[in-house]
Ligand binder design. Sequence first.
Ligand SMILES: [Zn+2]
Length: 178
Amino acid sequence: MRVVTQMEILESREMRHEKQNLMIDRFKMTLVSFTLNIPGEVKASPEYRRVFETGMHEFLKRINRERMQLINKEIVIKDTGYEAYCIIDASALKVKSVTSDLEEEHKLGRIFDFDVINDQYETIRRADIGMKQRVCVICGDNTAVCRRLNRHFASQVEKVFKHSIDEFFNEEQKLLGQ
Ligand SMILES: [Zn+2]
C-alpha cells in the first residue's frame, strides 16, 4: 500500500487511454475498461483488490448470462489502481446497459467504474441508453459534477465506501459460514 502522486494518477489515465485505443485497433470490437472509483491517495490494497475481483466476476457472469462472448481479457495491476480491459463481441449499447445495471444494482456498484467504448473509439454515455447520470454518494447530485468541482473531501467519500465494503464482505462471510 503506497500513496500515489497526482502526477502518477494523470500518467496512468493517459496510459489507460493508450491501452484502450490499442485494444480497439487490434480487435475492432466493443471494449469494456473497468477500474475502481477510489478517492484519496491510496489506490491499491488487498481490500480494493477484492472489490475489483468481485466487480470483474460479477461483470463476466452477467455477460455470460446475456450470451455475449468475451473475446479477450487483460488485467493490469499497478499502485495507481487495478484495471481490466475486456473485448466483448456484442453491441456497445447492449454492453453499456449490462454495466450500468451492474453499477446500479450491486452493493459495491458505486465503487465500480465500467467504461464502454465502441469500435469507433467512442465512449458510450448513460444518456445514450436513456439512463440517468450516476448519483453522488454524499449529496445525491450528479457525480461527475461533484468530482469536477471537487465538492467533497476524499476522506468523506472513502468513509462511505469503506462502510459498504465492510458490510458487503461481512455478509458474504456470513453466507459462506452457513
Ligand atoms: Zn456530491
